[in-house]
Design a protein around this ligand. Sequence first.
Ligand SMILES: *Cc1c(COP(=O)(O)O)cnc(C)c1O
Length: 396
Amino acid sequence: MPHRSGRHFLQIPGPTNVPDRVLRAMDHPTIDHRGPDFGRLGLEVLQGMKGVFKTESEVFILPSSGTGAWEAALVNTLSPGDQVLMYETGQFATLWHELAERLQLDPVFIGGDWRHGADPDALESRLAEDKDHAIKAVCVVHNETSTGTTSRIAEVRKAIDAAKHPALLLVDTISSLGSIDFRHDEWGVDVTIGGSQKGLMLPPGLGFNAVSEKARRAAETSGMAKSYWSWEAMRGPNATGYFPSTPATNLLYGLREAIDMLNEEGLDNVFARHDRFAEATRRAVRGWGLEILCQDEREYSSALTAVLLPEGHDADAFRKVVLENFDMSLGNGLGKVAGKVFRIGHLGDFNELMLAGTLCGVEMGLGLAGVPHEKKGVAAALDYLAHGGNAAPAST
Ligand SMILES: *Cc1c(COP(=O)(O)O)cnc(C)c1O
């Protein structure tokens, strides 16, 4: 490997760039997790995360990647053999579905084309058919990181209500929390699942569950085996800021700093910044003459954009050219779209010039990899960014 100067561009849609402030906050001696100082830290981060989830109810912090938080949501609320209704938005929904099968739940998977979010009408009609209420939970990925589509959770809530169905609503916000507007209480979500390494700007290693009163009651009768993931086991020590087993202390220092950063900027400003960078990126993609994978404008993701390469061009070969020449990592295509798409992450601790550098790397890489395109993408994005995202909408 040749010497690399400057910073690596980590433009995958998670893990994301960890800001220096968060790195400095973690560079701190590990303290006694049963000692008097720890409780204060624990209470601060448990309380702080409520603001990020926009909830007044309980939040649990788990020592896991996002996958562990998926599992915790299922094993705390359900019983073996329970039906769960899931929607195939892409690879992450598919993995969650496989996890539910392995846990011996009975998932019903509504098929999707990986170019749209979860269809509220399809969910409503499937729930309306379920007269006996065999379905105990509806599981939806808010931001499908494999495709760059964002499902309309408020509309999913309305669909469940319209079908007069009592199922719990479980939502994966692993790649949207802290990047895209999400409202646990207002949207009537029962369990929201989060992870540390995407919009929250932390290294991997923390998972989150935000839990409604209804989900808390469901947990009282849940029959799934659980021990490490048990909310019940966490609830007692959490009341005073402690955890039942050794928590990831230094990640919690980082989390406290990340929550401060989100609050200093203001969540609405954070979301507006992500919307602006996503729009600039889409203008670049159109300028190159390439196709955005997501087909519904209402569902464009503000956290990442998945871009289709023309038939006969391998997205992974293109990504390799970008990595070797410009020291930038782009996201690969996953599952059904492997080799066909690359993903530009534009979430987390990110600004105009980082986005400009990212798009320049893509445009230069397209040229070097011999992918047919027009050299108009960067120019279109810069024009938009230069005007603070207030330029008149492009005619394309
Ligand atoms: C990253 C991601 C996951 C998986 O999380 P891990 O931290 O890799 O376990 C699940 N769902 C979504 C939407 C993701 O983006």
